[in-house]
Design a protein around this ligand. Structure first.
Ligand code: 5GP
Length: 200
């Protein structure tokens, strides 16, 4: 989205403050790309992104990795109870390629309770990858339930629900260059019901 239109939205009822500007994000993504490049030299790197939110991050991140690599996608829907993720996940689109013997890096937009990624880790581990690690742009560890280890983290965040740079609110705002908080009073109830039927 153009800067001008993004500024207009900032004045709206829905978007709150900017948490990370487009340039903060570009800088951090490039640092992560360098770190991944350093760690995967000579390996068979396959980056797996979870549709839909993770795709914007993935597409910027792979351009910062100076190695041969391949990408694949999964789509899942998760179920929640009273706004909380349950970790009950259904795969709605599976990977196209086998991951056996590959160095798999899962690329996520945000890890919150960690229940969704725990399910994915269990599922992907059973397919015998050579290695399996996680790279998430955003880590909200204060709500973490699952004990997971995340190798690459873009930014740590607090409680507030966020949108932009792939993250949506009712499927909107994925095309914003910056990451914003939503105005809490506007949307608390909505968010709880959205999370209960997450479209990830
Ligand atoms: P978890 O199973 O870790 O609790 O849920 C992770 C998923 O919840 C993310 O992939 C994302 O779809 C959704 N999610 C959690 N927090 C937020 C948020 O602040 N904003 C948006 N747009 N989605 C979120």
């Amino acid at each position: 989205m153009s800067e001008q239109n993004e500024k207009e939205l900032e004045k709206s009822e829905i978007l709150g403050k900017v948490l990370f500007s487009g340039s903060d994000i570009i800088k951090r993504v490039s640092e992560l790309g360098r770190e991944i490049t350093g760690n995967y030299k000579g390996k068979d790197l396959l980056m797996v992104s979870i549709l839909r939110g993770g795709v914007i991050f993935l597409s910027d991140l792979i351009k910062e990795i100076d190695l041969p690599l391949s990408i694949d996608f999964m789509s899942i829907s998760s179920y929640g109870i009273n706004g909380a993720s349950t970790g009950v996940v259904r795969i709605t689109k599976d990977l196209d390629e086998s991951i056996e013997g590959k160095d798999v890096l899962i690329v996520e937009d945000i890890i919150d309770t960690g229940l969704t990624i725990s399910y994915l880790l269990r599922n992907l581990r059973s397919r015998f990858p050579k290695s399996l690690e996680i790279c998430t742009l955003l880590d909200r560890d204060i709500r973490r339930i699952s004990d997971i280890s995340i190798k690459y983290i873009g930014f740590k965040i607090g409680e507030s629900y966020i949108v932009g740079y792939g993250l949506d609110y009712k499927q909107r705002f994925r095309n914003l260059k910056s990451i914003y908080e939503l105005k809490p009073d506007m949307v608390t109830k909505d968010i709880e019901s959205l999370k209960s039927s997450s479209s990830i």
